[in-house]
Design a protein around this ligand. Structure first.
Ligand code: ADP
Ligand code: ZN
Ligand code: ZN
Length: 660
């Protein structure tokens, strides 16, 4: 009797064999019901075998093979196998996480018929600028695999370049995968794509879709009906039979990195997928990740530049540094920023004050005894949210009431310390009573609907003064915005995390890029105590390439990525001693794996050493050679798997970690 080898969504690095009477090799890639323990599960048939290493008596019989969908293709398996090997993730997990909930449930929900959304909006096709035309010409979408880094300053019209390439690919009868960091933040992009291609089915795939919609969209992609799949990182695995192009917009964005479960970089998987499928890929950004920049320098990616803004009337904003050591600050804001806001208000233009910290104040403190509002469950402070009168931990979500007096010494005079967007908003309202102030952060904008309303208000000129976090920094066009004031950026200059400067530079370039997108010239004022810092000098010059060169040189000297390859083993347990002992053991096992060229560091507690009542520690491994690291990791992981860990200890390996 035929035996099927089945991938199941389990944290185990193995597949499972079952007897399946009716199975033929045509069923490879189909879903199947199988008994597992005392329950039934849905798995995916990876192969159909003549013989299993187990005898028939040892095998259980599979249930029904679900043949309502075409089988998943060898291409799909190849991509999943890559991700499984590269990220040390069980193949079953990789395969099943790529499928929408509805097709892998024992009792699938009833399916509703497809509602096709009528496309509204005008189809305006602008004439390409010379730069855009050159970029489109440089990217030959008919030539099989090639990786392009589209390096375009903010407002340079990268989207239009994507749209022209997409048009060519659709005309050739192929599908396009367009990946974006956070779909909710870019409703404009979705409507632009739909308006441009009214005859093409465009489907969105992201985690906030209702399950039924996600399944419907996924099926449309898999069936080849959807010409364009617009999705976030999880969409990178969507099977698409006629894939002809992949675009990754804002490729530097950390949202492409999955930080839990299977930890992978959707951008990197996308490049591998393009290579496997022999289709072109375009990675776009005004501030590329250093990894991609190094790939371009090394000739692995072809760089395509858009050095000027697309709107001929618009030019890049001017950036000025304001030395706060020489100023009196009121609620953190100096007179020049206040004056600049007043000027904008008088002219009927918009201003944005950027502070990347939400809440009223980062902590509540007692000056008498030194008490601070720490989270009971984490090594972090609870943030004061005056609007809803709560203290809230931004790491674990724990909440508490604001105490009337200090819980340790009874002092009634406890103070908010530092400032967040709510506090800034309150002060700005007081200082500019005639201005319509709009705060934009994850507390004020929680859903896509709210975000659309906010964007409409900004576009309609229904707000004079915006206060916001990085939510406002990403990819939006605010034509009336001519001033950006940046507060509190210095903290990231001296952060322990060596990736912090890269992130800060990108963030400030992006937020600066919101100013002066149309005819009105933009100005950016950055308050700092370190006006001589080279990061700010590069920012004023808006010189990403120069900054990247400097950072890459530093990384090379320090032996950091992209000049080395890293993986992290993390352990969390109720007791730090258990986590550390586990890692020490794993460190010893690494020596036995006898892999040359691998550097294993000592276990250390993580920077956030306690999260939601678990103590966390980590161990970094590094190599100058990616193949060496890749050869080492599975052997090491298998050795660790054989160790009996304390009952409540959890561990995982993360490859190419962004935070270490
Ligand atoms: P980026 O993503 O590179 O920051 P966008 O794609 O958002 O830039 O484009 C910036 C602005 O320029 C948008 O308002 C867009 O409509 C406009 N734009 C893009 N291409 C052209 C063009 N060829 N002619 C006129 N305006 C354009
Ligand atoms: Zn006290
Ligand atoms: Zn917490």
């Amino acid at each position: 009797m035929p035996v099927v080898r089945v991938a199941l969504d389990l944290p185990l690095h193995r597949l499972f064999d079952y007897l399946a009477e009716s199975a033929t090799s045509a069923d490879i890639g189909q879903r199947i019901r199988v008994p597992f323990g005392r329950r039934e599960r849905i798995g995916v048939i990876v192969s159909v075998l003549e013989h299993s290493p187990l005898s028939p008596e040892q095998l259980r019989s599979a249930g029904e093979i679900l043949r309502d969908l075409p089988p998943l293709s060898p291409d799909f398996f190849k991509l999943c196998e890559f991700a499984s090997t590269y990220y040390q993730a069980p193949l079953g997990e990789v395969i099943l996480q790529a499928l929408p909930g509805g097709v892998k449930r024992i009792d699938p929900p009833a399916r509703r018929t497809v509602r096709r959304r009528a496309t509204s909006g005008e189809r305006v096709v602008p004439e390409l600028t010379a730069g855009q035309a050159a970029a489109v010409a440089a990217i030959d979408v008919a030539q099989g695999f090639s990786a392009h880094l589209l390096f375009g300053v903010t407002g340079s019209g990268k989207t239009e370049v994507y749209l022209r390439l997409i048009e060519q690919v659709l005309a050739a009868g192929r599908q396009v995968l367009l990946l974006v960091p956070e779909i909710n933040l870019t409703p404009q992009l979705e409507s632009r794509v739909r308006a441009r291609f009214p005859d093409c089915e465009v489907v969105a795939l992201h985690s906030e879709l209702a399950e039924a919609a996600r399944e419907r969209h996924w099926r449309a992609a898999f069936a080849g009906e959807a010409g364009i799949v617009l999705g976030t990182r999880l969409a990178v695995f969507t099977p698409m039979p006629r894939l002809g192009l992949i675009v990754v917009d804002e490729e530097h964005d950390a949202s492409f990195k999955q930080q839990d479960g299977m930890r992978y970089s959707a951008r990197d998987v996308a490049v591998v997928r393009a290579h496997q499928a022999n289709v072109p890929i375009v990675l776009g950004s005004a501030t590329p990740s250093l990894e991609s920049w190094a790939n371009a320098l090394g000739g692995r990616y072809r760089r395509v530049d858009l050095p000027e803004r697309a709107n001929p009337e618009a030019c890049l904003p001017t950036i000025h540094l304001l030395d706060t050591r020489k100023m009196v600050l009121e609620e953190g804001i100096g007179a020049p920023v206040v004056a600049a806001i007043e000027e904008r208000l008088a002219r009927g233009e918009q201003s944005l004050v950027f502070l990347n910290r939400r809440g009223y104040a980062p902590v509540l403190a007692c000056p008498a005894c030194g008490w601070v509002s720490g989270c009971k469950r984490c090594a972090a402070n609870m943030v004061l949210h005056l609007a809803d009168r709560r203290l809230r931990c931004h790491h674990c979500g724990f909440e508490a009431r604001i105490p009337q007096a200090c819980p340790t010494c009874g002092n009634q005079d406890i103070h908010p310390f530092g400032r967040g967007t709510q506090r800034l908003e309150a002060w700005l309202r007081e200082r500019f009573p005639a201005a319509r102030v709009l705060r934009v952060d994850r507390d004020s904008v929680k859903s896509r609907k709210q975000w659309e309303i906010v964007l409409e208000r900004i576009h309609g000129g229904d707000a004079d003064l915006l206060v916001g976090t990085q939510m406002l920094a990403k990819g939006h066009d605010f034509p009336k915005l001519t001033l950006v004031g940046v507060l509190g950026a210095d903290a990231a200059l001296f952060a322990a995390d060596w990736r912090a400067p890269e992130r800060l530079f990108a963030q400030l370039m992006q937020v600066a890029g919101r100013a002066g997108r149309a005819e009105l010239r933009g100005e950016v004022l950055i308050q700092t105590q370190y006006p001589d810092h080279p990061l700010y000098a590069a920012l004023v010059a808006q010189d990403y390439p120069g900054f990247a060169t400097t950072l890459l040189r530093e990384r090379e000297q320090a032996g950091f990525p992209p000049y080395s390859y890293q993986a992290i083993l993390r352990a969390e347990a109720p007791l730090m001693a258990d986590a550390m002992a586990f890692l020490a053991n794993a460190s010893a096992l690494s020596k036995m794996a006898e892999c040359p060229d691998i550097m294993v560091y000592d276990p250390i507690p993580m920077k956030m050493a306690r999260l939601a009542n678990l103590e966390r520690a980590q161990l970094l491994v590094e190599s100058a050679s990616r193949p060496a690291l890749q050869a080492f990791l599975p052997r090491w992981r298998e050795a660790i798997e054989r160790v009996k860990a304390p009952a409540r200890l959890r561990w995982h390996i993360e490859v190419d970690p962004l935070e270490c």
